[in-house]
Design a protein. Structure first.
Length: 97
């Protein structure tokens, strides 16, 4: 579980990142969450955009993405989700205590 200070730090780090995944009309599926989990192992912090044609509630989509990838939901701002998961082999981000 992330503290408020750690979430603030991660939001600042994610500011300049561009979204690498998009959730469209099909919604969240197992294949997508598997790919997101792999991307998190490499990058630790990613952005995902929720397209306008997605019919699900954006809060539900964000929770489903975080749960499926076993990651922490850092932020949901507009239609952009920021996820963080500490990497086992490629640790790059040092979180504040």
């Amino acid at each position: 579980m992330l503290t408020g200070k750690q979430k603030r730090f991660l939001r600042a780090e994610a500011h300049h990142i561009t979204p690498i995944f998009q959730v469209g009309k099909g919604g969240v599926n197992d294949n997508m969450t598997a790919q997101i989990a792999e991307a998190l192992e490499v990058r630790e912090l990613i952005k995902i955009s929720i397209l306008q044609n997605n019919e699900d509630d954006k809060h539900d989509v964000a929770k489903a993405l975080a749960k499926g990838a076993k990651a922490e939901l850092v932020q949901l701002i507009g239609h952009t989700v920021v996820l963080y998961k500490e990497s086992k082999e490629n640790k790059k981000i040092a979180l504040p205590r």
